[in-house]
Ligand binder design. Structure first.
Ligand SMILES: C[S@@+](CC[C@H](N)C(=O)[O-])C[C@H]1O[C@@H](n2cnc3c(N)ncnc32)[C@H](O)[C@@H]1O
Length: 204
């Protein structure tokens, strides 16, 4: 969920980006945080490209045809969310649309590390890869997935770059406290703020 604390941390990271290399978002849902990142870049006068990934396959979709006890099928829900993302981005960020790759983060980083050619859901094509200045991690929030996202980002994050983890607050019972403890003990990273989610800076 996009909390005020996350927006503050994003704004700090964006105002202090070390360079003009890309910003990456993992997990986009309907596009709210991608639009906020796009807006914050704009008001900071930064031209960093935004890349995001989401396959819009939601937890629980394997447990039956419909969302809970509703009449809404998982297929219709997925199409609704994905088309909401497209509509929201086209309306709010027409001049700095994220390059939106319809892949899981594992698949996205494989392509990123291979400098692969990729298509996005707006019909554009580009070559992925290179350094990353800021990453917002908001995909699968389990320890294993978020840790792989961290390791993948770490391979490309430039010195002075930032990572913000959603749902990473110390008080969050479903959060990423184990992973946050590990990164706090990683001498290459410094905690910039806990607001209450963790924003880290790469310092070595
Ligand atoms: C909490 S929502 C993201 C909300 C969005 N960042 C915002 O604030 O507007 C989580 C999203 O992560 C996506 N997701 C789940 N697992 C993922 C994975 N392995 N790779 C990429 N995205 C994933 C889901 O499809 C869902 O859309």
């Amino acid at each position: 969920m996009l909390t005020k604390g996350n927006i503050y941390a994003m704004r700090f990271a964006i105002e202090n980006l070390p360079s003009g290399v890309p910003v990456v978002e993992i997990g986009s849902f309907c596009g709210l945080s991608a639009n906020v990142i796009s807006y914050l870049l704009k008001i900071a006068g930064k031209n960093n490209k935004i890349f995001c990934c989401d396959k819009w396959i939601f937890e629980g979709s394997e447990n039956g045809p419909n969302l809970g006890n509703s009449q809404i099928s998982h297929k219709d829900y997925r199409n609704f969310v994905k088309s909401s993302f497209i509509r929201n981005i086209e309306f709010f960020s027409p001049d700095n649309k994220p390059f939106a790759v319809e892949q899981t983060s594992d698949e996205f980083f494989l392509l990123w590390q291979k400098h692969a050619k990729a298509n996005d859901i707006f019909g554009r094509t580009t070559i992925l890869g290179g350094e990353i200045a800021f990453a917002y991690i908001d995909g699968n929030h389990t320890y294993e997935f978020a840790k792989r996202d961290f390791k993948n980002i770490d391979k490309s994050l430039e010195l002075g770059g930032f990572i913000l983890f959603d749902d990473s607050s110390d008080a969050d019972p479903f959060g990423l406290s184990k992973l946050m403890k590990e990164i706090k003990h990683n001498s290459n990273y410094q905690v910039v703020m806990k607001n209450p989610n963790y924003l880290f800076k790469k310092i070595a």
